[in-house]
Design a protein around this ligand. Structure first.
Ligand SMILES: N[C@@H](CCC(=O)N[C@@H](CS)C(=O)NCC(=O)O)C(=O)O
Length: 85
């Protein structure tokens, strides 16, 4: 099982951007599809205090719920990209 989980909504362009980065970096990840209704996104709200997706979880690096696609893409690049330590 992968340590990386992506909370996403099908058709969400911000989620697609993150998935492209995950695929570019050849990372394995599990997709967790959230309900279309914001009011039903309890798991996302518990993780991040807000209901927007995408949200990334990366247990290997103690990331327990990162929102904002730009932040996630930057995090993935820094952590797993060419320049990663
Ligand atoms: N600035 C955010 C925008 C994300 C966003 O608008 N996601 C939509 C789905 S495509 C959503 O979940 N909106 C609900 C919300 O923001 O609470 C990002 O880049 O991640």
């Amino acid at each position: 099982m992968s340590d990386i989980e992506l909370y996403e909504l099908p058709g969400c362009p911000y989620c697609a951007k993150v998935k492209r980065k995950l695929d570019d970096l050849d990372l394995e990840y599990e997709v967790v599809q959230v309900p279309a209704s914001h009011g039903d996104r309890d798991a996302v709200e518990e993780l991040t205090g807000q209901t927007g997706v995408p949200v990334l979880v990366d247990e290997a690096h103690d990331v327990e719920g990162m929102p904002e696609s730009d932040d996630i893409v930057a995090y993935l690049e820094t952590t797993y990209g060419d320049g990663a330590a």
